[in-house]
Write a protein that binds this ligand. Structure first.
Ligand code: ZN
Length: 376
């Protein structure tokens, strides 16, 4: 990946450009910012620029053999430390980043805005603590004493550097204090204060901002095969994080429309209170992202129903499978009731954004919706 391909990071890229063109990049750089803003792809793009054989100003050429190898994390002078579990399933073998590198390369090729959660899933790390163990830093130390393979710079990327325990951090500190010649360290964390103060003081910090909504939207449309409406919805809810936006798209594919229709049918039946308790509990166990997308879907359906009522169903852009439901729903409900539903969904969405208790919020919502539906 090249630096110019990173969406939404104008400020950090301008800063990097100045440092690269002036040849004043510090030997240790800390990229920080929330998950999904692009710390890992930026670290890779910067490493590629540093290792490129024909850089053009602040940008890597993207075509030389070094670029090609660095873009796949296959360059021999590009060293990567990432969170892993330090022992095998049987517990008798020490594992190193190299054991996981093939899986990591594959994941990065698929999605450079990789989240730690997804990485944990790839490694099947359920209930295991992901960390960067001390033996990893010691291995690195040994490798860095050797000459570089290509006779140029060496680059070390430490993804989620906060996953080093104090032992590993102190070992890294020694490297940062007496850095080997022509070696660049690029660390990434979400919050700088998660690092040991001594390590922090050795790094120049660079903050990555949330990616603006239009840029998340454009990226999704360019890289994912999704309808415009779904991309817009995911972008608006993702709070500047590409990995979160993708997670939301995956939920959208689980067909929340069908779930909503099913919910409405159950709530129009008398004696729905038992159903409601279980439903609210089920919803509260979903991720916060899915809860929000469910409510956004509900709002979308209410808007579509209003269009059916106004005799312009073609404007609702509904799927043919939903046509029958929307027709019956619009015949069943008055405009006033639909507006009441809209108000209820919006209020619950606000509650969730403010981190209210999901079980309680969904239970109350269900009761209110059920009353609205059944009122004379
Ligand atoms: Zn190149």
């Amino acid at each position: 990946m090249r630096l110019s391909e990173l969406p939404g990071q104008t400020q950090a890229l301008a800063q990097l450009g100045t440092l690269l063109e002036g040849n004043t990049l510090p030997h240790a750089l800390l990229l920080f910012g929330r998950e999904g803003v692009g710390k890992l792809p930026m670290a890779q793009a910067l490493a590629q620029r540093l290792l490129c054989q024909q850089p053009q100003g602040a940008e890597a050429c993207g075509q030389c053999p070094s670029c090609s190898r660095a873009s796949k994390w296959m360059h021999p002078d590009l060293h990567l430390l990432m969170p892993i579990f330090g022992r095998s399933h049987e517990g008798n073998k020490m594992l190193s980043a190299e054991d996981f590198l093939p899986a990591f390369r594959e994941q990065f090729a698929e999605m450079p805005w990789l989240s730690l959660k997804n990485w944990g899933n790839v490694m099947d790390a359920a209930n295991k603590q992901l960390m960067i163990p001390i033996h990893e830093v010691r291995n690195l130390q040994k490798k860095l004493t050797l000459h570089s393979f290509e006779g140029g710079k060496k680059v070390v990327v430490i993804w989620h550097a906060d996953k080093m325990n104090p032992e590993a951090s102190n070992s890294l500190l020694k490297l940062l204090e007496e850095p080997p010649a022509a070696t660049h360290f690029i660390l990434t964390v979400e919050t700088p204060n998660d690092l040991l103060p001594t390590v922090l003081s050795r790094c120049q910090r660079m903050g990555l901002h949330r990616i603006p909504v239009p840029e998340v939207n454009d990226w999704l449309l360019a890289h994912q095969d999704v309808p415009r409406g779904q991309a817009e919805l995911a972008a608006s809810l993702a709070d500047g994080s590409l990995s979160l936006a993708l997670e939301m798209l995956n939920h959208a594919e689980e067909n929340l429309s069908a779930e909503f229709i099913d919910w409405m049918r159950n709530l129009t039946k008398a004696g729905a209170s038992h159903y409601l308790l279980a439903w609210a509990q089920g919803m509260s166990r979903q991720s916060r992202e899915k809860q929000k997308v469910f409510l956004e879907t509900a709002l979308e359906k209410v808007r579509a129903t209003l269009l059916y009522k106004a005799n312009v169903p073609q404007l609702a852009l509904a799927q043919s499978s939903e046509h029958e439901f929307l027709q019956r729903f619009s015949a069943f409900l008055t405009v006033k009731k639909l507006e009441q539903l809209q108000g209820l969904f919006e209020a619950t969405l606000v509650l969730l954004i403010r981190n209210a208790n999901a079980n309680m919020s969904f239970y109350t919502l269900g009761l209110d919706v059920s009353r609205t539906l059944q009122a004379k």
